[in-house]
Ligand binder design. Sequence first.
Ligand code: RFL
Ligand code: PHB
Length: 390
Amino acid sequence: MRTQVAIVGAGPAGLLLGHLLTRSGIGNVVLERRSPDYVLSRIRAGVIEQGLADLLREAGVGDRLDREGLLHTGFSLAFAGRRHRIDLDGLTAGKCVTVYGQTELTRDLMEARAKASAPSFYEVEHVELAGLDGDRPSIRFRQKGIDDELNCDFVAGCDGFHGVSRASIPSGVLNTFERVYPFGWLGLLADVPPADEELVYASHDRGFALCSMRSLTRSRFYVQVPLDENPEDWTEIRFFDELKRRLPEEIARRVRPGPAIEKSIAPLRSFVAEPMRWGRLFLAGDAAHIVPPTGAKGLNLAGSDVRYLFEALREHYHEKSGAGLDAYSARALRRVWKAERFSWWMTSVLHRFPGMSPFEERMQQAELDYIASSRAASAALAENYVGLPY
Ligand code: RFL
Ligand code: PHB
């Protein structure tokens, strides 16, 4: 089998890249380890930056996002028993975010791919990349017990943090940077109306909490927990009790507990691998970098990487220029590092760290108080939250 661009991974990065390439007449094949149902069952991101929403519209996959997504012109920070609203719209001259589940976005992209009859292979095993440093890369894989090979011009490694792409780069090529946080987020999805019209990020002595949503009838909540917690030990009663204790009274009162549709713990990590290219392999999304979810940046960064990579591939095929491919890694990393900084900062300000000194606690309080009392500080936060320009 032969194609122009082989895409490893059918998460949002792989599917969006495939969609953009197909629309430009560039051949591509997607290889995915899991089944479509499994991919769609992973509950992840919920906040989409304006830049990614615009990209999806331009690519013709924004209809349902526009119909069902919730436009949010602000969110709240809650601390010391009060709340401070960040007016995204007013502080960024009209920018905002859209609340739309990653699963919905993935579903839209999967449907668009099926409609275009673009080839995808799900539940592939033993994926092995070869010839990445030469002119003829190839991917060997097994599907339904049969070994196959895909020859291509380029490989897009969109296979997430635990994928095979980054691991195929010889040791010594990549520089990696990492911070692992000493806590995780216990998330719970329930069919109950949101506690507030907008998202509420809460800093509390008992730890961080977040009230988010997927629609006007479906809510997503998170509480900071130690990494060794077992989600099974968290009954709904215990979860909602803990959540409410971390929220200001006026918001806690409006939390509607309900049966969990999904409940899981996500560890928090900052990670970057540089460069994002090796030979004919290009990394995009979580395959190259991870951010803690506090800034809602992971999915959005996957979107900006894909946009840069698509432009570079389009230039290569349609304009016979390799300049975009050569610039890809540096271009993507400039935006990645700024989102890494923002996500690390949001995480540092809003969570309780084990063994925090009284001085460090006071620094967090002063930081939150500064944001609440300074338009400039609020504007810096808002500018990053809605997403820096591509
Ligand atoms: P994905 O989504 O992990 O997709 C990678 C795909 O590759 C497949 N794969 C392989 N396929 C073939 N061969 C192999 N050897 C393979 N190994 C792996 C996997 O099965 C998978 O289908 O990566 P991608 O596309 O880069 O997308 C990244 C996003 O999924 C991620 O950054 C976000 O979900 C992060 N994130 C958030 N991002 C936001 O922008 N806004 C948010 O509000 C937000 N909230 C979150 C989040 C992530 C969370 N978790 C659980 C990590 C909230 C949470 C709780
Ligand atoms: C979510 O709705 O899952 C969500 C929202 C905002 C975040 C992280 C996760 O910062």
